[in-house]
Design a protein around this ligand. Sequence first.
Ligand code: SAM
Length: 327
Amino acid sequence: MLTDNFARRINYLRISITDRCNLRCRYCMPDEGIALISHDEVLTYEEILRVVRLFGQLGIDKIRLTGGEPLARKGALDLIRGISEIREIGDLSLTTNGVLLGEFAADLVRTGIRRINVSLDTLSPEKFAYITRRDRFPEVRTGIEKALDVGLFPVKLNVVAIKGFNDDEILQFAQLTLDKPVTVRFIEFMPTAGVDFWSRDHVLTVDTIRKQIGKLGPLIPVDGDERDGPAARFRLKGGAGELGLISPISSCFCEHCNRLRLTPDGRLRACLFSDNEIDLRFHLRNHCTDEKLKDLLATALQNKPQRHTIETSLFKKCQRNMAAIGG
Ligand code: SAM
């Protein structure tokens, strides 16, 4: 079992397999994109698999692939197949913007993905084109339908709640869970590198969201399990799906953090909001031993901060863009 200095059990690795993305969400990336990591600096699938195999033996049993847009990286299905063959990994999932999901959904199931998160911040095609700077709403809608058709479960829709942008759609999103077996999760808007879109005034807290959804009826708590991570889970009476509220800003949940992150260029990152990273790629490419990788993992765990400082004056945005961390 892996633990950090604050006795948190760490069993979850999020792997950003590319920093390339086919959308340009205003809260995530500048219009012109970000300075991309060159292809030869990006970890190969063999390198990722070596890390996952070893970390799996040490206590990581949950992997999420993210990006950038993970489905935009060539051969992503080969990586998924490879990870799903690693016995220690009991839970393999993917976070996608949904643009390519219609094309990939059936193959994702075939290669070992059981559940999926789709990021979708609005149900309006026009607002979608505004927030993502790309007119791809129809593909995303088709992708979500396809994911449900092929039996991915649960299909979670992640909505970044932004005051002045989608606060008028909270009820519409929540209503989706009445008819469809989807989980709609509202995530408080976080400050991230490389974009100036964030301000405290744009943060819609989960308390406000909960009050709005309350207009549809009482929110019935659903028992969480470890797979749900930081979300407080609810159901509306008679609802086919679920609701989740994730509050990185208004109530810090770092105490329960079980995550590490691996960036596309092979940096092991112990906290979303700390640029303290460990360069695994250098060692992987210099034929390091498994013992060396274990030492590097131990160092990452030792350096994992106790908590983020977003709500304090100490907070500084991190240097690395969200697309190169993976959210
Ligand atoms: N392309 C994939 C997607 O769209 O899900 C994976 C990468 S994306 C960086 C991962 C997640 O980070 C998405 O759910 C996105 O909404 C979230 N995210 C990015 N910037 C954010 C911010 N400033 N606040 C909250 N969530 C953010």
